[in-house]
Ligand binder design. Sequence first.
Ligand SMILES: [Zn+2]
Length: 86
Amino acid sequence: MATRPWTVEGPVDLEFDDVTRERNRSELTDPHLKRRFRRKHPLRRGADYDEMVRALDFVWDCPADGSVNVTGFCCATCGRSRAEFL
Ligand SMILES: [Zn+2]
């Protein structure tokens, strides 16, 4: 799977509160991300950054266009919320 950079350009997703949104955004660049991931998923060794941020639910992939969006924001490309695809 080709890696695409995640984005925070989308509109705010009101299913999430500001605290969750900001936490997800800041944790994407947390230097201790790997340690947090290992604590939660001890068996998934060798996971790369893209796998980790998805497993920790910091980002979501838009099924319609493949945009990678920070959880708490709607899709930057089509503007839909994650819940619309569930
Ligand atoms: Zn989209």
